[in-house]
Design a protein around this ligand. Sequence first.
Ligand code: 5AD
Ligand code: SF4
Length: 481
Amino acid sequence: MSINDYTKAEGVSQLPSDETEKQLFIIEQLHEQMQADYARTGKKKTYHVVTFGCQMNARDSEKLAGILERIGYAETDTEDADFVIYNTCTVRENANLRVYGRLGQMKRTKQRHPDMLIALCGCMMQEPLVVDKIRKSYRHVDIIFGTHNIFKLAELIQTRLNTGKMVVDIWKDTNQIVEDLPNERKYSFKTGVNIMFGCNNFCSYCIVPYVRGRERSREPKDIIREIERDVADGVKEVMLLGQNVNSYGKNLEHPISFAKLLQEIEKIEGLERIRFMTSHPKDLSDELIAVMGQSKKICRHLHLPLQSGSSRILKLMNRKYTKESYLDLVDRIRKGCPDISLTTDIIVGFPGETEEDFLETMDVVEKVGFDSAFTFIYSKRTGTPAASMENQVPEDVVKDRFDRLLKLVQQKASDASARFTGSVQKVLVEDVNEHDETMVTGRMSNNLLVHFKGTPDLIGQIVDVHLEECKGFYYIGNLSE
Ligand code: 5AD
Ligand code: SF4
């Protein structure tokens, strides 16, 4: 139905009751308005999305960009745009500070362009204290929304334009999953696909369950349909996204395991690679290991956050596994998928962490030999159980441990990465090399990058590359004939 059909049939103010149709209807209204502006001014309005944080946010930003493109905005690569949106993260305090810094600068930009719109969304906006602060001290912000209602962007823009006032719309939680809205992929050949939202684990340091709400899985048929459409549109690689993909499907009306979902996705013709993120060690099943071991499409990479190697700290973190069970899991994974690359997240300086606890973490890093690890200094998040724990570790002690851990992680990662030297690997070419335009950069199944001589027409193709030399975290290679 076109916008005119609705206005004729239902009267001008009547909106479709189905949420997707309603949003598409508003997008169309804004689009017509935008075209009228364009006819008047001869200038196309621009947008810029700034994304902080994880892959989940990156995926949300593609959805936001999709809506803005459909309205008629054109993407630009600076914040000097007609519409700027910050998709925020709050997992560590640093991320919050960066957003305030950017907003401070935008005050001057907006003085130069009073008609521009500034929007804020994402995890940080789910914290009431943050929203209070922005309302009071950053009055130049036009629209604030959260993690549960990004599908409403067009409606929020319309409300802002109609009222001329700051629009704030934050939902505490939701069961709603709105399917089939536009989205603008960053790469034509790969994309993220949400398979579930939210988290029920309440690790004691983590703010995510408070800002992303309870776990909700999408129906397998909706996921499959989305991927089939993506593949028809040129996608070769998908990254299945969820805070804890291993508990996918448990709460669906017809429960299904993550391993079964993977088997269904594997059947999609034309799809070449499947990745997923993130796995919680407590829920990683033998069924999944078996499915990965047999699969032709699931990539040889598993991100398995350790957080700490001390069973005592893991208990305080509410992680529900021990050092021993983690190491045992790694053994089982390596038996089932011998060539797999393992990566991890580690937090240093959790409240009460002693030197002995820290040495347990070092021991696990030593034993596992991760292919790469993200190391984080513990950041106190208000409202989480760990924030009120005693024995917060002094800054200088944490810094010293962090430096020691980083050194070990880097040494182990470079040893582990080098094991593929001399082999030929399938590589999905992603970009022209940033520093040398006679080269391209691609990603191997195990997630390592390789740079090699090649032309831009290779982008989006899977090619065989001979790995000549490992440079620590990436390879230099040659296209294999
Ligand atoms: N402090 C430091 N790191 C954290 N993470 C989550 N919460 C915190 C926190 N409060 C890390 C965990 C998680 C990753 C995404 O961020 O390691 O796996
Ligand atoms: Fe945070 Fe733990 Fe949930 Fe991961 S599993 S998002 S660390 S609460």
